[in-house]
Design a protein around this ligand. Structure first.
Ligand SMILES: Nc1nc2c(c(=O)[nH]1)N[C@H]1C(S)=C(S)[C@@H](COP(=O)(O)OP(=O)(O)OC[C@H]3O[C@@H](n4cnc5c(=O)[nH]c(N)nc54)[C@H](O)[C@@H]3O)O[C@H]1N2
Ligand SMILES: Nc1nc2c(c(=O)[nH]1)N[C@H]1C(S)=C(S)[C@@H](COP(=O)(O)OP(=O)(O)OC[C@H]3O[C@@H](n4cnc5c(=O)[nH]c(N)nc54)[C@H](O)[C@@H]3O)O[C@H]1N2
Ligand code: SF4
Ligand SMILES: [Mo]
Length: 676
C-alpha cells in the first residue's frame, strides 16, 4: 500500500512543494506539488532525488565513537556522555572558547536543530562560533550594517512590479538564487524579461540565466564593482537620480563625496578594467534611466571575490540613489514571516562595532558574534580551539586549503559531527551523531524564510518514521548541553517534548499562530515597505560613504586579479555543494572545468582531456570541457567534488580585510594538460 503526503524540499532556499509517495518506511517517489503556491509543481533533479538521498547507501545508521583508527557503533547515551566528557575537559583546561561550533548549510534548513545549535553556542559562552555565511557572503551583512546600521537587511525584488532586474554573478536557473529564492526559475525569469520589462545578467560566462535575458555583460572576473561605480557616477553627474528620495534619505555632503570618489569611473576606464564593450555599458545605463527603478541580485560570483564589498556597496548605492529600496517597483526588505523584524526593530537599535579576531588572527575584523571560517585552522593549530561540533556542514569540502584542514581537524580533542550521511569530515570525526533527515522531521522555514520572494511560511509534518537509530538535531544538542550542566531549551520545553512542541515555541512571534501554520500548511502576508526607512536608518538616512569601504575603493588595483587566467566558481544542477542526491547524466555536470577553445589552444589542452590547475596555493586535477560560452581569461570550476575539490586552490591567508572572507572566485591560476 502506498501513500502520498505533502511536504516541502529543504535542500535549497527555493523550498519547493513536493508530494512524497511512501510504502511504509520506504520513499518510493518524490514529485512537484502542483497546488503549492510558491513552486506551482516545479521541482529540480535534486528534489526529485530526495528518496535516493533518504535511502543513501552511506547513511549514518547509529551513533559512532572513535577507537584508534576505527569508528565504532555505540549507544546514544555512551556517545553523548563520551562527547560531553571530552568537551568538559577542554573547557576546564582551556576555557569556553576552546569548544567551537560550525553551523552550516544543512542546519539552516532544520529550524529546531539550528535554533538549538545557536542556543548552545550562546549559553556555552564560547566565542568560537563559525557559520557558512563567512565562506559564502559576508559582504551582504557588512554592507547592510555599514549603510543602514543593521546587519540583517535582505532586499527582495518586487516580483510583480519591478521592470528592470539585474543578476550579477548569480545564475538562478541552476542555483535557484542566492539570497532571493527562485523556484520555477525559467518561468520567473521569462516573466521578468517580457517586454516592456528588461532582465540583464552580468556573468563571466554566458549562462542558463543569461540566455533568457534581454541584455548581458561578460566582465573580467572580480571587476563587477566597476560597472556599478560607472552607473552611479553617470547618474550623479547628470542629475538623473531620484532627487526627492536622495534629498530626504541621504546626507548632502555624502553625495558630493561619492561623486568625487567615483570620478575616475568614466566609460573608458570602466570598459578597460572590466573588458565590457563601451556600448554594452552605456546600454545598461540607458536601461537604468528608462526604468528609473532597478532590482539587483548579486550572487556568489561577486560575493566570493576580493572586490565583494565594493560590488555590494555600489549595488546598494545605485538602488538607493534611484529610490529603489523600500519602494514598490524596486526592492522591499524581508522582515521574515517568523522573525517579524519590522515590528521588533526600534529606531534606537545599537549597531555592532568591529572587534579584533581571535588570538591567532587578531588582524581579522569581527563584526558580530562569529569568527570567519578562515581563522579556524590557525585557531586549532595554536591550541585555542580544541573541540569542534559540526552541524550540517562539511568543512573538508567547503573550507580553503583542504590538506591543512585535514591535518588540523585530526589534531582536535573532539570533532563531533551531526550529519545524515558519511562525508570526508565524518571520516575524521571522534564522534558521529546521526540526525533525522528532512523527511523524518516536521519543519518550518525559520533561518531561511527571509529569502522567499514573498512573505510566506509553510509547515511539513514528518513524512516517514526513521529506520535507523537517528535523533532530532535539537534533541542531540539539548542532551549534550544537559550532560555539560547547561540548559538550552525554552522553559515550556523539556528533553521529552516533541519536535512540534519546539517548533511551536520557535514560531511564537510569527505572523500567524503555529496551529494555523500546521493546519493551513502554507500562509502568506503582503510585502512590507517603509519599515527600514522608518525604524532602521539613523535619522531616516542611508550612509552612502562608509569610511571602511572608501578605503577599499582606493585600493581597487590591488584587489582586482592581475591579467591572465583566473579560476571562477559555479554551481551545478544535480548537487548542492558537497551533497550529491541526484545522478549526473550530463557531461557538463561532472567535475569538469569549462574553458574557452582559444585558451585551451594556448595551453595545449584538448576537449575531455585531464588537466592540472595550479594556483599559488595548490593544485587539482580535473577534466577540460571546451565552450565558447566563457570569457577566454576565466576557467570555471564547480564546487563540491571530492576528487577535484576547488578548495585545494584557495588559502585561508588571503582574506578580505573587512570580513575575513576567503577569495573563492577570480583566483589567478595556470593550467597544463596532464601528460600520459
Ligand atoms: N543546483 C545547485 N543549487 C545551489 C547550490 C548548488 O551547489 N547546486 N548551492 C546553493 C548555495 S549554498 C548558494 S550560496 C547559492 C549560490 O547561488 P549563485 O550565486 O546563483 O550560484 P552560481 O549558480 O554558482 O552562480 C554564480 C555565477 O557567478 C559567475 N561568476 C563567477 N565569478 C564571477 C565574477 O567574478 N563576476 C561575475 N559577474 N560572475 C562570476 C559564475 O559563472 C556563475 O554563473 O546556490 C544555492 N543553490
Ligand atoms: N572553493 C569553494 N569553496 C566553497 C564554495 C565555492 O564555491 N568554492 N562555496 C561556499 C558556499 S556558498 C557554501 S554555502 C559553503 C558550504 O559549506 P558547508 O555547509 O560546510 O558544506 P555542504 O557541502 O553544504 O555541507 C552540508 C552537509 O550537511 C549534510 N546534511 C544534509 N542534510 C542534512 C540534514 O538534514 N541534517 C544534517 N545534520 N545534515 C545534513 C550533508 O550530508 C553535508 O555533509 O561552502 C563554501 N565553500
Ligand atoms: S529547487 Fe530543487 S533542491 Fe531547491 S527546493 Fe526546489 S526541488 Fe529542492
Ligand atoms: Mo552558499
Amino acid at each position: 500500500m502506498t501513500q502520498e503526503s505533502r511536504s516541502f524540499c529543504r535542500f535549497c532556499v527555493a523550498l519547493c512543494g513536493i508530494r512524497v509517495t511512501t510504502a511504509g518506511a520506504e520513499v518510493v517517489a518524490v514529485k512537484g506539488d502542483p497546488e503549492h503556491p510558491g513552486s506551482r509543481g516545479y521541482t529540480c533533479a535534486k528534489g526529485r532525488s530526495l528518496g535516493r538521498w533518504h535511502h543513501h547507501l552511506n547513511r549514518i545508521r547509529s551513533p559512532q565513537v572513535r577507537r584508534g583508527s576505527e569508528l565504532v557503533a555505540t549507544t546514544w547515551s555512551h556517545a553523548l556522555q563520551d562527547a560531553a566528557h571530552r568537551l568538559n575537559e577542554c573547557t576546564l583546561a582551556s576555557g569556553p572558547d576552546s569548544v567551537g561550533v560550525y553551523l552550516a548549510t544543512a542546519s539552516s534548513f532544520d529550524a529546531a536543530g539550528r535554533w538549538a545549535g545557536e542556543r548552545f553556542a550562546r549559553v556555552s559562552g564560547s566565542r568560537s562560533k563559525y557559520t557558512a555565511t563567512s565562506i559564502d557572503t559576508p559582504c551582504k551583512p557588512l554592507v547592510s550594517l555599514l549603510m543602514s546600521g543593521f546587519p540583517g537587511l535582505v532586499p527582495v525584488l518586487d516580483e510583480e512590479r519591478c521592470t528592470l532586474t539585474v543578476f550579477v554573478g548569480c545564475n538562478p536557473v541552476v542555483s535557484h538564487g542566492h539570497l532571493n529564492a527562485f523556484p520555477d526559475p525559467v518561468v520567473r525569469l521569462r516573466n521578468l524579461a517580457t517586454s516592456p520589462r528588461e532582465l540583464w545578467v552580468v556573468d563571466t560566462r554566458r549562462t542558463e540565466s543569461s540566455r533568457l535575458a534581454t541584455g548581458s555583460l561578460t566582465p573580467r572576473a572580480g571587476t563587477d564593482f566597476a560597472i556599478f561605480a560607472y552607473l552611479v557616477r553617470e547618474l550623479l553627474h547628470q542629475g538623473t537620480f531620484d532627487q526627492q528620495y536622495v534629498a530626504k534619505h541621504t546626507q548632502r555632503t555624502d553625495l558630493q563625496l561619492l561623486s568625487e570618489l567615483l570620478d575616475e569611473w568614466n566609460l573608458a576606464q570602466t570598459s578597460a578594467v572590466t573588458g565590457c564593450p563601451a556600448k554594452d555599458l552605456s546600454d545598461l545605463l540607458t536601461a537604468v534611466r528608462r526604468h528609473r527603478r532597478i532590482s539587483v541580485q548579486t550572487g556568489t560570483g561577486t560575493t566570493m571575490s576580493r572586490t565583494a564589498n565594493l560590488t555590494e556597496w555600489m549595488v546598494w548605492t545605485l538602488q538607493i540613489i534611484t529610490g529603489s529600496y523600500d519602494s514598490p517597483g524596486g526592492m522591499w526588505f524581508h522582515p521574515g514571516f517568523i522573525r517579524q523584524l519590522h515590528t521588533r526593530i526600534k529606531p534606537n537599535h545599537v549597531a555592532p562595532k568591529p572587534q579584533s579576531g581571535p588570538k591567532s588572527r587578531p588582524e581579522v575584523k569581527v563584526w558580530g558574534d562569529e569568527y570567519p571560517c578562515s581563522v579556524m585552522a590557525d585557531e586549532i593549530e595554536a591550541g585555542n580551539l580544541r573541540a569542534l561540533i559540526v552541524l550540517g556542514g562539511n568543512p573538508m569540502s567547503a573550507f580553503p586549503n583542504t590538506e591543512r584542514m585535514r591535518r588540523v581537524l585530526q589534531r582536535l580533542d573532539a570533532l563531533i559531527v551531526l550529519d545524515v550521511v558519511e562525508t570526508e569530515t565524518t571520516a575524521l570525526a571522534t564522534h558521529i551523531l546521526p540526525t533525522k533527515g528532512q523527511l523524518e522531521r516536521p519543519d518550518i522555514p525559520y533561518f531561511v524564510d527571509q529569502f522567499n520572494l514573498d512573505c510566506s511560511t509553510q509547515y511539513s509534518p514528518a513524512i516517514v518514521t526513521p529506520t535507523w537509530d537517528v535523533r532530532s538535531m535539537w534533541w542531540i544538542m539539548a542532551k549534550l548541553a544537559e550532560y555539560l550542566g547547561m540548559s538550552i531549551l525554552p522553559p515550556s520545553i523539556s528533553i521529552d517534548s516533541s519536535d512540534d512542541d519546539l517548533l511551536g515555541a520557535i514560531a511564537g512571534r510569527a505572523a500567524a499562530s503555529f496551529d494555523e501554520m500546521k493546519s493551513r500548511r502554507y500562509l502568506k502576508t503582503t510585502p512590507v515597505f517603509g519599515w527600514v526607512t522608518d525604524n532602521v536608518l539613523p535619522e531616516r538616512r542611508w550612509r552612502l560613504v562608509p569610511t571602511e569601504l572608501t578605503e577599499q575603493l582606493a585600493d581597487w588595483r590591488r584587489l582586482v586579479p592581475p591579467s591572465g587566467l583566473v579560476a571562477t566558481s559555479r554551481r551545478q544542477h544535480t548537487h548542492l555543494n558537497s551533497q550529491h542526491p541526484a545522478p549526473s547524466p550530463r557531461p557538463s555536470e561532472g567535475r569538469t572545468a569549462t574553458l574557452h577553445p582559444t585558451t585551451a589552444l594556448h595551453y595545449g589542452v584538448k576537449d575531455g582531456q585531464e588537466l592540472v590547475i595550479t594556483s599559488a596555493y595548490g593544485e587539482l586535477r580535473t577534466k577540460a570541457l571546451l565552450s565558447d560560452s566563457i570569457n577566454p581569461d576565466s576557467i570555471s570550476l564547480p564546487h563540491g567534488w571530492r576528487d577535484a575539490n576547488v578548495s585545494m586552490l584557495t588559502t585561508e591567508h588571503v582574506v578580505d580585510q573587512l570580513t575575513g572572507m576567503v577569495a573563492q572566485t577570480a583566483i589567478p591560476v595556470t593550467i597544463r594538460p596532464l601528460s600520459d
